[in-house]
Design a protein around this ligand. Structure first.
Ligand code: SAM
Length: 311
């Protein structure tokens, strides 16, 4: 059976400065690997609230974290609602919040979920299987220009228009492997490429189906708002679109004034509420990438809530 190997797990526990008795939120609990490492370090007396959109992931997390009983709370939901979920559970302020973005190996490896171009499956790609919108609808129903826009915006696909036109010509498409073949036809084979030609198309569709960037943009200020004095926010991202959002958020919230540089007097009144804990992004070690190739694109960014800003 597939398992999900948590990425940069030691670095994440250190980034969150996990201490016995601490209270933590894992916004993307998945199979519970990071959550378990956090709880092991937070014992005795630690607690954790884990969120995931995917009911199957939560079932897995429940079994991983069983030994911690009532000290672990698990909730199905979108991390864009992290503030409401935590306040309803009376779980704030907290010492740390983790977001480990994207999808897990459990989701990628299950053909039925439709995330992988290497496995024949339906064009689904929903984290939350109760949600209406699927990849099949985007692929078969969007106008060519809207489809090209999705591929360009969320996949940074240089050949977005060409791929979108070919998809529209070949409709209806029902499976992941049909779609992967059509993309390959549109942009040529794998020669001289580092990754499969459908990689960016699949990434783009997954982001669009789950509105991933919108959820992340909404969640970052809410997550920071849950932190107590010197609480830590740690975010693991796996592609440049996510990482840019996180980087810009931390950069902005670490500055005292956001006025244009040439303006002589500050009129915005913005004050810094965060401090980056490490400069830039941490990357997995060469050894980890070798052991777990899926960690290779990971970037970890960490910030601490400044005491004066805690309310
Ligand atoms: C990379 S996996 C997390 C793996 C986890 N850290 C572990 O150690 O097992 C990302 C998880 O986030 C979930 N997810 C993605 N977007 C979400 C969102 N907006 N709200 C809640 N969960 C989300 C996915 O369903 C997936 O289970």
């Amino acid at each position: 059976m597939t398992t999900h190997t948590p990425v940069m797990v030691r670095e994440v526990v250190a980034a969150l400065d996990v201490r016995p008795g601490g209270r933590y939120v894992d916004c993307t609990v998945g199979a519970g690997g990071h959550a378990l490492a956090i709880m092991d370090e937070a014992a005795p007396g630690g607690s954790l609230l884990g969120i995931d959109r995917d009911a199957a992931a939560l079932a897995e997390a429940r079994s991983t974290l069983e030994r911690y009983g009532d000290d672990v709370l698990l909730e199905q939901g979108d991390f864009a609602d992290v503030d409401r979920i935590c306040r309803e559970a009376d779980f704030a302020p907290v010492h740390g919040v983790l977001l480990d973005l994207g999808l897990s190996s459990l989701q990628l490896d299950e053909a039925e979920r439709g995330f992988s171009f290497q496995r024949e499956g339906p064009l689904d790609m929903r984290f939350d299987r109760e949600q209406q919108l699927t990849a099949e609808q985007i692929v078969n129903e969007y106008k060519v220009e809207d489809l090209a826009d999705v591929l360009h915006r969320y996949g940074e696909e240089p050949q977005a228009r060409r791929i979108a036109r070919r998809i529209v010509e070949r409709r209806p498409l029902r499976t992941t492997t049909e779609l992967a073949k059509v993309v390959e036809e549109a942009v040529g084979g794998r020669a001289r490429r580092q990754s499969h030609p459908a990689t960016r198309t699949f990434q783009a569709l997954r982001i669009a189906v789950n509105q991933e960037l919108l959820s992340l943009e909404t969640a970052l200020p809410l997550a920071y708002g849950l932190l107590g004095d010197l609480g830590r926010l740690a975010v693991l991202s796996y592609h440049s679109l996510e990482d840019r959002l996180v980087k810009n958020f931390i950069r902005r919230e670490s500055r005292d004034c956001l006025c244009p540089p040439r303006q002589p007097v500050c009129t915005c009144g913005h004050t810094a509420v965060l401090r980056p804990v490490v400069r830039g992004a941490q990357r997995p070690s060469a050894g980890e990438v070798e052991r777990n190739p899926r960690s290779r694109s990971a970037r970890l960014r960490v910030a601490e809530r400044l005491p004066a800003a805690a309310g």
